[in-house]
Ligand binder design. Structure first.
Ligand SMILES: [Zn+2]
Ligand SMILES: [Zn+2]
Length: 120
């Protein structure tokens, strides 16, 4: 059987195409970041960082503690990866010094624009 949405071959016994489900989950997870990011911008929360593959990445906020966790650049997070945290100011500073993953920083920057409606 072929998925009507993405034309990928999918297992006959599945009701939903895994590729489309995965894409929808990721889109929903992305939208879910907006509220916690607003809190970070207001100083009421901190960004969680993870050291992996020789770099420092920013972890996406999870819906619940059992959910699989990802960095903003799309890497799966392992509990063994060293945790840290950053305020928004510290992130800007780290990005300037090049000590944080550029892709993660760009993603957070994009989402921050969405999270914070222009107050002008
Ligand atoms: Zn599909
Ligand atoms: Zn990253």
């Amino acid at each position: 059987m072929t998925c009507k949405k993405c034309n990928r071959l999918m297992p006959d016994n599945m009701m939903a195409c895994p590729a489309c489900t995965d894409r929808a989950n990721r889109a929903a997870l992305r939208t879910y970041q907006l509220h916690p990011l607003r809190k970070v911008a207001e100083g009421g929360a901190r960004l969680v960082t993870r050291h992996m593959r020789g770099g420092r990445h920013i972890q996406m906020f999870a819906w619940n503690k059992d959910a699989e966790q990802y960095t903003f650049c799309g890497e799966a997070v392992d509990p063994a990866h060293r945790r840290g945290s950053l305020t928004l100011d510290e992130l800007v500073d780290a990005a300037e010094r090049g000590t944080v993953c550029e892709k993660c920083h760009l993603q957070v920057g994009d989402l921050m624009v969405e999270a914070l409606p222009c107050s002008a």
